[in-house]
Write a new protein. Structure first.
Length: 343
């Protein structure tokens, strides 16, 4: 992952002429960054840069991209030519990650029961089954003015999860005042389109819809990826748990809606921002303020886009590498090219 894969095409292929073909190929190339094959339905949802119907996508895959040698298909999964061995890896990951889903949903409900939480959503590798491991990543939307207090309570839950051998990672908190994502690039568009919202607490579905509407820019990258990818998981809480959860949150929020609660919020925010900033490297994508806590320290988004651009160029799609690379990688690529020409 992230290293430039040697695309093992049997001969140098001309870039596909039809835009639908190029959009499908871009989707497979992006997924190849994660060593992850896609089904036809997934390629349709995550088409990059063009919209198309399922039948149009299937025709592009079966009648043009696969017969001409751009792609290969095994057991219903599409990969770049020469990368078919990734199918076995995906099937292994599906079996492994299926065991994590029930625990992820349980922790998501516990997060949703915390005071001032307005929506929880599963994010990261588990939503696409493209990496092994036990990390359970969450995005949490909070009420304004209590984000850092809410985060502190969530960290207590992560310690509890660790006792059971689970790595709970609520690493992105935003308030209702900050639903527009500042990094408007392909990587962030994928993260938004892949997140799986949970229908607790009450009103979470409306928060998710507002988040998607305010980030409609994602459709310029992924025009087919509208709505949640796993609607069957977005079912409301029922029974005694739902009643206790709503009542408990109301009681706790009422108690913290005070001068003392505001003081705790301010104290926790200043303390944690100071501590988290001390951990941040120049390449980190972490950011902290009154309305968000983005604990992404690894530069993961930029490295993903760089690896994607490298694969596009390896496939002879230099123009696509520039168009679908909004993080100013064009200049670094040109510099790279000039350096190689001067050798």
């Amino acid at each position: 992952m992230f290293e430039q894969t040697q695309i093992r095409l049997s001969f140098r292929l001309a870039p596909p002429a039809q835009e639908i073909d190029r959009a499908a190929l871009r989707a497979v190339i992006y997924s190849d960054v994660f060593d992850f094959p896609l089904t036809a339905a997934e390629i349709h949802r995550y088409l990059i840069g063009a919209a198309a119907s399922p039948s149009e996508v299937r025709a592009a895959l079966e009648e043009r991209l696969t017969p001409t040698g751009w792609l290969e298909v095994r057991r219903g999964y599409y990969t770049l030519s020469g990368r078919g061995d990734l199918v076995e890896r995906r099937e292994t990951l599906l079996s492994h990650n299926a065991q994590l889903w029930p625990r992820a949903l349980r922790y998501g409900r516990w997060l949703a029961a915390l005071p001032y939480v307005r929506m929880t959503a599963l994010t990261g590798a588990l939503t696409m089954h493209n990496e092994p491991g036990r990390d359970l990543d969450f995005l949490v939307v909070t009420a304004p003015g209590r984000l850092w207090l809410c985060r502190g309570l969530a960290m207590l839950l992560t310690r509890l999860a660790r006792r059971f051998g689970d790595e709970l990672c609520p690493n992105y908190f935003i308030s209702l005042n900050a639903l527009v994502f500042p990094n408007q690039d392909l990587y962030t568009a994928h993260e938004i389109a892949q997140m799986t919202p949970l229908a607790a607490p009450r009103g979470a579905a409306q928060v998710y819809q507002k988040l998607r509407q305010l980030n409609a820019w994602t459709e310029s990258f992924l025009p087919n990826a509208v709505g949640t990818p796993k609607a069957q998981l977005s079912t409301p809480l029922e029974g005694h748990f739902a009643i206790l959860s709503e009542y408990g949150r109301w009681v706790l929020e009422a108690g913290l809606r005070s001068v003392a609660g505001g003081w705790i919020e301010t104290w926790e925010m200043r303390r944690k921002i100071r501590k988290l900033n001390a951990q941040r490297s120049p390449s980190a994508e972490a950011d902290f303020s009154v309305d968000w806590c983005k604990g992404h320290f690894g530069g993961y988004g930029r490295r993903t886009l760089e690896a994607y651009a490298a694969r596009l160029r390896a496939c002879g799609l230099e123009e696509d590498a520039l168009v679908f690379n909004p993080n100013n990688l064009e200049e670094s690529w040109k510099q790279e090219k000039d350096n190689s020409n001067n050798k």
